[in-house]
Design a protein around this ligand. Sequence first.
Ligand SMILES: Nc1nc2c(ncn2[C@@H]2O[C@H](COP(=O)(O)OP(=O)(O)O)[C@@H](O)[C@H]2O)c(=O)[nH]1
Ligand SMILES: [Mg+2]
Length: 316
Amino acid sequence: MLILEYVDKLLNGDRRACARLISIVENDEEEAKNIIKEIYKYTGKAHVIGITGPPGGGKSTLTDKLAKELRNRGKTVGIVAIDPTSPFTGGSILGDRIRMQDLATDPGVFIRSMGTRGCLGGLSKATQSAVKILDVYGADYIIIETVGVGQSEIDIVKTADTIVMVMVPGLGDDIQAIKAGVMEIGDIFAINKSDLDGANRTAAEVKAMLDMGPRKDRRPPIVQVVASLNKGTSELLDEIINHMEYLKSSGELKKRREDNIKTEIIKLIETEVMKRVLEKSQTNHALEKVTASVANRKMDPFSACESIIKLFSDNI
Ligand SMILES: Nc1nc2c(ncn2[C@@H]2O[C@H](COP(=O)(O)OP(=O)(O)O)[C@@H](O)[C@H]2O)c(=O)[nH]1
Ligand SMILES: [Mg+2]
């Protein structure tokens, strides 16, 4: 069987098998399931780093520099660059590719760009599968880069062990928007473009926000970096590694990964139940029938939902 052959090759660190398997999980939901069923037991070794922040904040530049620093330290790296806004491979994903071009020839680095195009089961699921494949491929570190806008991107980055929030000077009101709901997920704050005016102010603003926020067991460090000049990236990597040490010694790693696994299972159940219920209610025209009743005000939407669920609750 083809999948098993690829999986064997993947376990032996075969680069083409890795690329092929990631393409399959993007394009074929059923095969994606089979792949993950085969490889799951080998996952969980890599340190997964999520890098998020505003578009143009320098996330790709930073990813490139972090990957090079990791290579200098003898580690292997997988990179998944996500641009959910780009329906085509192109745009900023192409920009990311160019920025990371010299990494692409390094056998110790595997880079993959993903857009919404082609990811039939959804970008989030495809990303999680790609991360698992890279983990089995043998990447010591896996970096997920995505813009910090929208719930689905936040959900993606939340699956990482360490979340680096990239901030830049001059965000102005945007920093307020990022603050709402997103700041809490940062384990480390990287103030990038610290060569520009206002970097100290941005750092102070982030610090003030952390002071106001809920008290955590571990205070997220703030690191000023200039990714384009490779300044501060080694210190940032040290903080990333420190964070993993903290996760391990405090027992947080186990808890965090279990929380993420639970979320993943719940999402899979949600999708699967939804799919089955909708499929069956279509064949029975049950959905159309209750829709008509609700439209005629003979029924309300809550009762409609209950009646559909009841139809299938013994049999989903
Ligand atoms: N001045 C300055 N520009 C930077 C720095 N880091 C990245 N850039 C530039 O910011 C732009 C956007 O960078 P990119 O890495 O594509 O941002 P992304 O959209 O967050 O991935 C590029 O033109 C980079 O060269 C930095 O530290 N200082
Ligand atoms: Mg980018």
